[in-house]
Design a protein around this ligand. Sequence first.
Ligand code: 26W
Length: 811
Amino acid sequence: METGKSPRHDPGVDLRALGNTPQDFARDLLSNLYYERGTTVESASAQDMYDSLARTVRDRLAERRARTAAAHYQANPRWLYYLSAEYMLGRQLEQNLLYTGTTDLAREAVPDFDTTAAQDVEPGLGNGGLGRLAACLLDSLATMDLPAVGYGIRYDLGIFKQDLDAGGQVERPDDWAFQGNPWEFPAPDDNQVVGFYGKVTSVDGRREWEPAETVLGEPSHMLVPGYGTDTVNIVRLWRARAAQGSFDLTRFAHGQYAEAVADVVRSENISKVLYPDDSTDLGRELRLKQQYFLVSCSLRDIIRRFSFRNDGNWDEFAAKTTIQLNDTHPVLAIPELMRLLVDEYELDWDRAWRITHDTFGYTCHTLLPEALETWPVATIENLLPRHLEIIYEINARFLAEVSERFPGDVARIQRMSLVQEEPERRIRMANLAVVGSRAVNGVAALHSQLLAETTLRDFAELWPGRFHNVTNGVTPRRFVKIANPALSDLISSALGSDAWLRDLSLLQGLEPFAADDAFRARWREIKRANKLTLGVAPDFLTDVIVKRFHEYKRQLLKLLHTITLYQRIRAGETPAPRTVVFAGKAAPGYWAVKDVIRLINAVAATVNNDPAVAPYLKVFFPANYNVTLGQRIYPAADLSEQISLAGKEASGTGNMKLALNGAVTIGTLDGANVEIRDRVGADNFFLFGLDAAEAATLRSSDYRPRDYYERDDELRAAVDAIGDGTFAGGDRQAFGGVLASLLDRDEYLTLADFRSYLDAQAEVEKVWLDAEAWTAKSILNTARSGYFSSDRTIADYTRTIWGLDPVRVNP
Ligand code: 26W
């Protein structure tokens, strides 16, 4: 049981009487229209119809959910709790129709299905890769019948919506649940109280924290169904509410109504907005509050669920519970569990530490030093004074262990300390995560290797057995079956069944079809139709770079190539026609890449308005890249651009979605690209650029981007066009910042990799002109990418880190 309430007497009613005949479905839809929306088919708005349909589908999942909860109660299994500040769940309707097998029923019952389905809003409760990975992992956990709960924050405002105004990014708030969220079940009874600020005193030799402020965490959950199974797990999201009594009666009595509610507003601000910064640590106090809010609510909920079935027997806790920390954002869970065990449940330190350490696993998602979170000691001391004491105690004991292992190695102790001393005292959250966890993992083979060799080297030397790799994956249900139904049907008919959706290694069976003319023709036809759906030219090579904007991801390298193509065409060359698709958001304060977005759109305007260029080149920048838009782009892509500077991209997951949809990759040896190339074969991957070791060496030497600029005529011409006003109506200042960053610093070695990249693009073009050869590579990319299913990722976590057993749900 999820709720902690005692199991109810079974009244002998079969809830599956919901039934799945067209009559059953239509009746339930109507019933929801009448009784939930208070309207009729004749007067229903699109929103009324959408909401009623969503409820009709949701009810079918809810019935499975009830059976899942009963099976879990019976089994009293070991649980995985996934703690993540972000989830990018994607649209729910299509997925839930598919998972309940009601897609056809819905199309039949709903008068204008497409308009209705278009009302579905994706909950964008994440920034990018990390949040979408969390959603893929939840999908696979449920599909594999593993007992798991995801915990997160129910932000009122998700990732901002991106508009393009005169080619520049403008942010608009994403009030995603404005029209209500039919997929969500509130559970106000499971409220938790969270404390902040205040002081710590000693009472009978124990430390006692008296918070100065309390806030309520109110949970609701969304259902996470498995595919091809009756398991329905949940993701539980916390929303901040003012604690009772936050209303200031004194002020109210003095006529200061707005001031009287100030505390209410302040409390509820905690879950107001997702921080839109992907990979730079801003260090804002409200963000730390969000992190503690998530951790505190979730741990109390986890302990409540544990005690309900295991009688508060702490010796069983780590056997029944494993908690995975999705990057450092929820790392306060380590000192918080210590605080609960030591201060509230009165366990001694050593026993509490054993339990805590045995409970946690930590996944790191980055290599960028600027993305490693640290918090000023002063901020933590003010907000969470007891946690700071506990962190100091953990540190003292940990450093004693290090000195014993490495006597006199002061530099090592300084590097490993949880406390950074200069330029101000800060807590290093990644160090805390490693010290407090049983297992640490990176998200691709190269990433895990670099973590152990560089970023976390001292820790890997101290505890080599603690370090693991678990290569990321993506769910084939959403990113192949739902995104690309025509391709999915072709795959199923070739393989003789749709079993590949639950065992993606079966895609191997497509290999022989790479040599089958008729199959190749059909494969091309589908790609062509998907391009039409996306709105790009069906016979152009569709060349896509879709991801968050960051300098290390090098969208600028793609743009330099695009400018070169433009200049070649202007000079009379006739390259193979291509559409370059750019999409992605920039962090609102990240001016360097906001300029890149502006420049891309300026180039697009020039290219797309030049009739001499039109037969050969188009540049397309659809606004507001999100899961929904991704689902339209991946199926239309021919070429997948994965061109980050080697050693910077932890894994990437868009690379996997694109390969599974038959795009061929052009990429560096970075992140999971390495493994993609190993699997699809070097012949079916366009490799270029420096590798991670070469890049590190060049960066630490005196790298001079101007030398590359001066030596390469095409590079110089492309860079000059940025500075001479070609794309800015003659204004030479318009992109001065971009120009200077390339020529003066070029932190990510764009100029150094330019020629190698253009050579690889020449190879791309050569193969593309042989349609049969290209299609064979495309098919082999799909056939050999089964490894990149998030089901395999979950199998790896389960085997090496979590040790979970499946619990089957009775029909
Ligand atoms: C503190 C600010 C901040 C916010 C988010 C720092 C770092 C992050 C994330 C760790 C950034 C992120 O999304 N990382 C991506 O995680 C994906 C899933 O593992 C990987 O595929 C991407 O390579 C990695 O950039």
